[in-house]
Structure formats: C-alpha cells, structure tokens
Design a binder for this molecule. Sequence first.
Ligand SMILES: *[C@@H]1O[C@H](CO)[C@@H](O)[C@H](O)[C@H]1NC(C)=O
Ligand SMILES: *[C@@H]1O[C@H](CO)[C@@H](O)[C@H](O)[C@H]1NC(C)=O
Ligand SMILES: *[C@@H]1O[C@H](CO)[C@@H](O)[C@H](O)[C@H]1NC(C)=O
Ligand SMILES: *[C@@H]1O[C@H](CO)[C@@H](O)[C@H](O)[C@H]1NC(C)=O
Ligand SMILES: *[C@@H]1O[C@H](CO)[C@@H](O)[C@H](O)[C@H]1NC(C)=O
Ligand SMILES: *[C@@H]1O[C@H](CO)[C@@H](O)[C@H](O)[C@H]1NC(C)=O
Ligand SMILES: *[C@@H]1O[C@H](CO)[C@@H](O)[C@H](O)[C@H]1NC(C)=O
Ligand SMILES: *[C@@H]1O[C@H](CO)[C@@H](O)[C@H](O)[C@H]1NC(C)=O
Ligand SMILES: *[C@@H]1O[C@H](CO)[C@@H](O)[C@H](O)[C@H]1NC(C)=O
Ligand SMILES: *[C@@H]1O[C@H](CO)[C@@H](O)[C@H](O)[C@H]1NC(C)=O
Ligand SMILES: *[C@@H]1O[C@H](CO)[C@@H](O)[C@H](O)[C@H]1NC(C)=O
Ligand SMILES: *[C@@H]1O[C@H](CO)[C@@H](O)[C@H](O)[C@H]1NC(C)=O
Length: 464
Amino acid sequence: MKASVLSILAAAGALAANSEPPYTTSRVPISTIEPSLASISAAQATVQPLSPTSSVKGVAFDRIIQIWLENTDFNASAADPNMQWVASQGILLTNYYAVTHPSEPNYAASVAGDTFGMDNDDFLRFPANISTVVDLLDSKSISWGEYMEHIPYAGFQGFNYSNQQNYANDYVRKHNPLILFDSVSQNETRVRQIKSFVSFYDDLQAKTLPQWSFITPNMSNDAHDTNITFAGSWTKSFLEPLLTNDYFMNNTLVIVSFDENEVYTDPNRVYTVLLGGAIDKSLHGTTDATFYNHYSTISTVSQNWDLPSLGRWDCDANVLALVANKTGYKNANISLDGLFFNASYPGPVSDSKNTPGWWPAPDTLAKCTTGKGVLPAIAAQWGNSTGTYNYTNVYPYDAASDTATGGTPVTGSADAPSSGGSGSPTSTTGSAASPSKTNAAAPVAVPSGVMAILGLVGLVAGFA
Ligand SMILES: *[C@@H]1O[C@H](CO)[C@@H](O)[C@H](O)[C@H]1NC(C)=O
Ligand SMILES: *[C@@H]1O[C@H](CO)[C@@H](O)[C@H](O)[C@H]1NC(C)=O
Ligand SMILES: *[C@@H]1O[C@H](CO)[C@@H](O)[C@H](O)[C@H]1NC(C)=O
Ligand SMILES: *[C@@H]1O[C@H](CO)[C@@H](O)[C@H](O)[C@H]1NC(C)=O
Ligand SMILES: *[C@@H]1O[C@H](CO)[C@@H](O)[C@H](O)[C@H]1NC(C)=O
Ligand SMILES: *[C@@H]1O[C@H](CO)[C@@H](O)[C@H](O)[C@H]1NC(C)=O
Ligand SMILES: *[C@@H]1O[C@H](CO)[C@@H](O)[C@H](O)[C@H]1NC(C)=O
Ligand SMILES: *[C@@H]1O[C@H](CO)[C@@H](O)[C@H](O)[C@H]1NC(C)=O
Ligand SMILES: *[C@@H]1O[C@H](CO)[C@@H](O)[C@H](O)[C@H]1NC(C)=O
Ligand SMILES: *[C@@H]1O[C@H](CO)[C@@H](O)[C@H](O)[C@H]1NC(C)=O
Ligand SMILES: *[C@@H]1O[C@H](CO)[C@@H](O)[C@H](O)[C@H]1NC(C)=O
Ligand SMILES: *[C@@H]1O[C@H](CO)[C@@H](O)[C@H](O)[C@H]1NC(C)=O
C-alpha cells in the first residue's frame, strides 16, 4: 500500500501529522525537529509536486505573483540602481508598509490576514481552524502555489534546509508563509503545492503556473544574508527574461516587495513595485502614494476575484488602485503621523506577551471590501463574532497594548461597501481613539512561570 504523502513529509520533517504541535511560542530546540538527511533524500525521491491550473477571470488581473525580499529600508532600495530598474517597469508604491517585526509574522500576515501577535521567528504551527487566502481562492477553484528557492522537495516541513556544501543559510521555513498553517501543511493535496524554483521553471515551460503564487528567493538572493546590491541584481536577473515571456506576462500582476524594513525605530515602509502585463505601459515609471500594507494584497485578491474575506485585518485593508479603480472602491486616506508598524500586539504566538491556547476570533459579521462578508466556512467555525480586535480598521491597531498607535483615519474616502459604516474609517478621530475591542475570548493573564511550564508541556507533547 502506498504510504501517505503526509507520513513521508512527517518523517522528513520530524512532525507527526496527528500530534498536537506547540502552538504556543516555546522555542523548540531545533535539534529535536531536525530531520535526518536520509529522510530528506527519501522524500525527495518520492514526493511529487502538484500544479493545478485554472483560468478564472479577474477584474484587473488573471494572475498574481508576489516576490518578497528581506529587511531593507525604503530609502536603501530607492538608491539601488537595479531596484530603480524594477520600478521603471511598473508602479512604485511609496506608502506601502510591512505590519510588524521580525520576518515570520509578516509572512504569516500576507496569507492569514493577521500576525496573531507573533514577535519572533520561532518554529510555529497555526491550528487548522486558522484560515488563509488559500481557503478564499479554493472557494472559486482559483489555482495557487508557492515557489521557495531550494526547498528540498514539495511540502518540506523542516526549520531550514541549508547549503549542503558549506551549511550557509539557504531555504528557511520562517520565509515560507503557507507552510506555517496546518490547514495547508496537514493537507496532502495542498502541501504539495509548496514547491521549489525548479518547479517554477517547469510550470513556466509547461504553462501550468497557478493564478496566485508567492516566491521566496533564498537567504542570499533575498538580501537577508547579503545586501540590496546583491538582491537588486538577483531581482533584475530573475525578472528581466520573464518580462518578455508572453505566457508569463499575460494579464499578470507581479508584486515585488520586502517583508519588513531594517531600522526598527523608523516607520516600517518597504519599497514595493507593481509590474507585469496587468500594468498599463502608460503607468510604467509612475508612483502611487496611497497607504497600503501586506493585508492589501489579500483584500486586492478578494476584490479582483470577488471573493469573501478572512474577517481579519484583510477585511477593510486598502485595495490596490489597479483593482479599486475598476470596482469603484474608495480607499481610506489616513494620516501616517506616528504610525510605525514596528511591534506586535499581544497574541497567542507572541514571545513577550503570549497567552497559550487562546486564538483571536475573526469578525464574522463585517461586510469587508467586497461586501460579501467572511468565507462561510470561517463563520461556521467561529460563530457570530464582531472579532477580538477591531478588524474593520484600515490598519492593525490595538489600543490596549499601545501598539501601532497614532495615525488618524482621515475622512472622506470611506469604503462604501463595508459594514454599515462601522468598517468605514470616515471619522476624523483623535489619534488615540481606541478601535480595540474585547469579547468573551479576551486573553487571560498567565504568570510567566506557568507559561514556561506550558511551553515545555507543548514541546514534549509535540515532539516527544
Ligand atoms: C528617506 O528619504 C526621504 C527623501 O530623501 C527623506 O525625506 C526621509 O526622511 C528618509 N527616510 C528615512 C527613514 O530615512
Ligand atoms: C539547519 O541549520 C543548522 C544550523 O545552521 C545546520 O546545522 C543544519 O545542517 C541545517 N539543516 C538542514 C537540513 O540543512
Ligand atoms: C542561493 O541560490 C543561488 C542560486 O540562485 C546560489 O548560487 C546560492 O549558492 C544560494 N545560496 C546559498 C547560501 O546556498
Ligand atoms: C485539502 O485540500 C483540498 C484542495 O485544496 C480541499 O479541497 C480539501 O477540502 C482540503 N481538505 C481539508 C480537510 O481541508
Ligand atoms: C553590498 O555588499 C557589496 C559586497 O560586500 C558591496 O560592494 C556593496 O557596496 C554593498 N552595497 C551596499 C548598498 O552597501
Ligand atoms: C492569455 O490568456 C487568455 C485567456 O485569459 C488566452 O486566451 C490567451 O491565449 C493567453 N495568451 C497567451 C500569450 O498566453
Ligand atoms: C518603534 O518606533 C518607535 C519610534 O522610533 C520607537 O520608539 C520604538 O521603540 C520602536 N519599537 C520597536 C519595538 O522597535
Ligand atoms: C487609478 O485612478 C487614479 C485617479 O484617476 C489614477 O491617477 C491612477 O493612475 C489609476 N491607477 C491605476 C493603477 O490604474
Ligand atoms: C489625503 O489627505 C491629505 C490630507 O488631508 C491630502 O493632502 C491628500 O491629498 C489626500 N490624498 C488622497 C489620495 O486623497
Ligand atoms: C481553534 O483551534 C484551537 C487549537 O486547536 C482551539 O484551542 C480553539 O478552541 C479553536 N477555536 C475554534 C473557534 O474553533
Ligand atoms: C448568527 O446570527 C444570525 C442572525 O444574525 C442567526 O440567524 C444565527 O443563528 C446566528 N448564529 C449563531 C451560531 O449564533
Ligand atoms: C473600528 O475602527 C473603525 C475605523 O477606524 C472605527 O470607525 C470604529 O469605530 C472602530 N470600532 C470600534 C468598536 O472601536
């Protein structure tokens, strides 16, 4: 009988598919989860990547490809000649922000609409009832996939796969957004859509690229272990041939962005360029100063394909003008004064302020950017809830923890389709107005000694 892909993946990732993982933030000694090289080669020989295709027409694009580089200030990117070349091929977004520090919560945010308070790069797994953009896409059979440079095989679950010659950082789990979520990683079909760059070129050749994808270059090419000179050069060399490929370009939106900026005390603004065949040539070399953040990529996908929301920070996140112009959606115009987006609010996967076993509920009652509310499966899972946080604010804000404070949602350009006005950042409130909400699921303070013990129990339960 054929072994299940998950059991192979589990062996090679040292993760038991049915064991309760440490959902809390206990730092797991990597030695306890380091797969053997033998199990990795066995999986390499067995696990087949999957490349489902679809052609669901979008409002402004038929394919979206996000490419993320690492840890670079907006101004440092703006000074790099290769990044300037990238900008010349499309629209530079001059007010696009990451959502926190460090890396991993930004990647998680880009697919799940929340950081869940993560303020670390730990080995983490999100429980199966946390939904992602994949659930939205699947609701209309829109194909998706990830391309992670040097992941050893599709669906590898280990913490890292280093360069086997010199052990330099190469593939790392913390830069792989979807692998963090059990709803993807514990599904035999979905997990094999997390593929390598070899698969990217196979899919390009076979014309089987998915309609939604996320591309992570390795730790040298993405600037993490190098700098923007190196990463800018890689980015140009990766993109240039693709921009003359008619199949690749065909109504495709490419978003080149960064997970976060480098200097934590500066506003977390990152250099972001929209390019590809979906961008009209007349707009090449232009800029757009609208406020966007990583959550905008989910709200944009929702509007483009008329999908519901996750009911988290994607709910009323500003939508890229490319789509908003066509749907008539009015983005919020906010004052950026005092907004840094450089810290996480308390949450279940926060090191400093965590609350084991507690997960924030999405807002299942809001209408969100498309007016369609949240995905029915999410509402069914979480019940009627106005959300643990004020997920209808245009940007993440939690007054209780004084996080990402400041900034005044300014008037005028409210998102008309949203929930009866409550999601519309129309009021010119004082910057300290609290959009934070509490409900029955509010976190309970746990003494840190107890947390350490809980962390240890989680670790033993997950990895013994
Ligand atoms: C980036 O450059 C602009 C224009 O030169 C300047 O106004 C701004 O203060 C710089 N930002 C940072 C964070 O250095
Ligand atoms: C993961 O990284 C550690 C530390 O750098 C290294 O020793 C180990 O060989 C890497 N694991 C794999 C599977 O590459
Ligand atoms: C990253 O990938 C490039 C090829 O794109 C390769 O030359 C380089 O060695 C890789 N980096 C590491 C640390 O293995
Ligand atoms: C697994 O993924 C497939 C394809 O995305 C989906 O149809 C199915 O519902 C998923 N199964 C579970 C248990 O989530
Ligand atoms: C990046 O590193 C290279 C090699 O060390 C160096 O030549 C280059 O000036 C650096 N770029 C920046 C922007 O510091
Ligand atoms: C572009 O996509 C359309 C369908 O959306 C298809 O009819 C056309 O053949 C494609 N063109 C290329 C060059 O792939
Ligand atoms: C965020 O930036 C502000 C302003 O520079 C600074 O005071 C604060 O310490 C920063 N927070 C973190 C976590 O770096
Ligand atoms: C959206 O509309 C504005 C205002 O008409 C225009 O300036 C901008 O170029 C448009 N953007 C896109 C991507 O079409
Ligand atoms: C946003 O508001 C500012 C200040 O009120 C104003 O100067 C700016 O023109 C507005 N921008 C847009 C795109 O509406
Ligand atoms: C979500 O899953 C977590 C972890 O299994 C569980 O503690 C929590 O009760 C679940 N919440 C809902 C609403 O399903
Ligand atoms: C949610 O609210 C609707 C009406 O607002 C009601 O019909 C439904 O029964 C409620 N669901 C739950 C699980 O309470
Ligand atoms: C949520 O945020 C929106 C937009 O800032 C605001 O209009 C609303 O009053 C907030 N709701 C609560 C309950 O704080």
